[in-house]
Design a protein around this ligand. Structure first.
Ligand code: SF4
Length: 341
């Protein structure tokens, strides 16, 4: 038994987790426990740097869910927020999916419940329901087609013009889709992500003025950046300096960019991967307060506890998973879904 094992022996409460420091010994122990458990560790781009560095794969939610489905390991430790781990479970029902702290929610996903959606559907019985991937499994199960922000416009455009559409839960993405498609029978749920609040039009315009040579990277696959996506479309930042990119695209663009400075409109965790990909570029957050408190709940101690005790197990009942899988599969078939949040 190692020092770290002894720290956690018998502690299922997590009370000791906050004391764990991410040292090299910790990283070696994480890898040893993952091997012993037959687990692969996946980390979302918005995770703490030490979690990204110890993980087997780092990426966005849809890409990670696909890796989870293809990985030879039977156990997936998903370092991200709860709806992402649920999506991995929906796509890999036969695997054990763990999240190091099940309290890691998402304010955007929490802005609509299955009961809310049932009521909304009852008011519009003929409408087609389109849900952004940041939703719970129960909401996905009541959805006709899921979408990412990369294919939201194409998903809505694929629906006959005379059918009403209920678009949820992100009001910024919904407004963007309505503007691009010109569709008047698109109803948008008034949900939002708490992190985007600081990425507003005035701030973007001010950043454009004070950083005249900088490029702007917007990663649209998260509620925290959908407001930037909307504002960039409105002209708050010169269009020729804006790049709307998926995570992979953002990393490729960083490697190819000639810019000395790049402003990044998304959750601040993304800066870690970008700085690794292109150390010569000065990457700055459009809003350095854009940090997701839920993502940061996956700490060094929480991951250690997860691998030590096999917690917290993510389960989706088979019927919900079957229905939710249908709406996720439709999403994957339309346009370029990108990588999800
Ligand atoms: S950044 Fe926003 S949308 Fe993304 S997980 Fe956190 S609360 Fe949810």
């Amino acid at each position: 038994m190692t020092v770290l094992d002894r720290t956690f022996a018998g502690d299922h409460s997590g009370s000791l987790a906050d004391d764990v420091v991410p040292t090299e010994e910790w990283a070696a122990e994480i890898r040893r426990l993952a091997r012993q458990r037959g687990a692969t560790v996946l980390a979302h781009n918005y995770q703490l740097p030490e979690i990204q560095d110890v993980a087997d794969h780092v990426g966005d939610s849809l890409a990670l869910s696909r890796i989870a489905a293809e990985a030879p390991e039977d156990t997936i430790v998903f370092c991200g927020v709860h709806f992402m781990a649920e999506t991995a479970k929906i796509l890999s029902p036969q695997k054990t999916v763990l999240i190091p702290d099940q309290r890691a929610g998402c304010s955007l996903a929490d802005s609509i419940t299955a009961d809310d959606l049932r009521e909304w559907k009852a008011e519009h019985p003929d409408a087609v329901v389109v849900s952004y991937v940041n939703t719970t499994a129960a909401v996905k199960a009541l959805t006709d087609i899921c979408c990412t922000s990369s294919n939201a416009v194409e998903v809505v455009a694929s629906i006959p013009e005379d059918r009403e559409v209920l678009f949820l839960p992100d009001q910024f993405l919904g407004a963007h889709v309505r503007r691009v498609t010109g569709r008047t029978n698109l109803h948008v749920w008034a949900g939002e992500c708490h992190v985007h609040a600081g990425i507003n039009g005035d701030e973007l315009a001010e950043q454009a003025r004070t950083h005249p040579d900088a490029e702007l990277f917007v990663h649209p696959e998260c509620g925290c950046a959908t407001s930037a996506l909307y504002l960039a479309g409105e002209g708050s930042f010169p269009a020729d300096r804006v790049k709307i990119l998926s995570t992979g695209g953002m990393l490729d663009a960083a490697r190819e960019s000639k810019a000395r400075q790049v402003l990044v409109a998304t959750e601040v965790g993304m800066l870690h991967q970008l700085r690794r990909a292109a150390p010569e570029i000065d990457f700055q957050a459009v809003n350095d307060r854009a940090s997701c408190k839920y993502m940061k709940m996956i700490t060094a101690g929480a991951l250690l506890r997860s691998l030590t005790h096999g917690t917290d197990v993510v389960d989706v009942d088979p019927e919900t998973a079957r229905l939710a899988r249908r709406s996720v599969q439709r999403m994957i078939e339309i346009g370029q879904p990108g990588g999800g949040e």
